[in-house]
Design a protein around this ligand. Structure first.
Ligand code: GSH
Length: 220
């Protein structure tokens, strides 16, 4: 009898998909990749989750939406060597706090800038884009201070917070370059790029670089 494996609905070029993929790759969890490049996989996603946002994980009769919850689910049900949520409750709280930071203050403004470009000229929101770029600057500055004493977002161990940080800083730098004065953020981004789980996600996404609405730079 074949063993049922979790299914991940995701697209290789999507930052939130990469966030979940990193968790799967860190602990070598076997799964079925429902690549949303495929029309059938897209139709299945639409039936599962009316928001049609991804990633979505399906495991038996459980459907898990939201990349953070996917990683929390994997941590509970497919534990591995790399503990993306630390055992210590107080450290785990900090990990979850940083996870919110990367979603809300790096990814959200980054997506605002990129999605605005996909709108018709008349529907664009230059004020909102300006605010998003200012938020990215503030976030880079805050993170730069923080990274003075840390290898990964919450210290010496790679966690849930780094799963989001990796793709979000990757695309944030393409969208609103991380200035040289934020050397610690740039160095952290490089460390993330060298991490095998993220390196794999970046390599799998290479064929889709022409999708990047602002034009992908010739690096990384
Ligand atoms: N809050 C969601 C965000 C997911 C998200 O925005 N995913 C993007 C791809 S990176 C998406 O689904 N885009 C398609 C759409 O907005 O219709 C999460 O944490 O998983």
């Amino acid at each position: 009898m074949p063993v049922a494996r979790p299914r991940l609905y995701a697209h290789p070029f999507s930052s939130y998909s990469q966030k979940a993929l990193i968790a799967l790759y860190e602990n070598q969890i076997a799964f079925d990749y429902r690549n949303l490049e495929d029309a059938q996989a897209s139709a299945e996603l639409a039936a599962l989750w009316p928001m049609r946002r991804f990633p979505v994980l399906v495991d038996g009769d459980r459907t898990v939406i939201e990349a953070t919850s996917v990683i929390e689910y994997l941590h509970l049900h497919y534990p591995g060597q790399v503990k993306l949520i630390p055992d210590d409750d107080d450290t785990a709280l900090e990990v979850r706090m940083l996870d919110r930071f990367f979603d809300n203050y790096i990814s959200t403004p980054q997506q605002k800038v990129v999605l605005d470009r996909l709108r018709q000229e008349a529907d664009r929101d230059p004020h909102g884009v300006k605010e998003a770029r200012a938020m990215l600057e503030t976030a880079y500055a805050w993170l730069d201070e923080r990274m003075a004493t840390r290898e990964w977002a919450v210290g010496a161990a790679f966690t849930l917070a780094d799963c989001g940080a990796a793709p979000f800083l990757f695309y944030a730098d393409w969208t609103h370059p991380i200035d040289a004065r934020f050397a610690r953020v740039r160095a952290y981004r490089e460390r993330l790029l060298a991490r095998p789980s993220f390196k794999r996600a970046v390599d799998e996404a290479r064929p889709y670089r022409p999708y990047f609405p602002l034009g992908a730079p010739d690096r990384d």
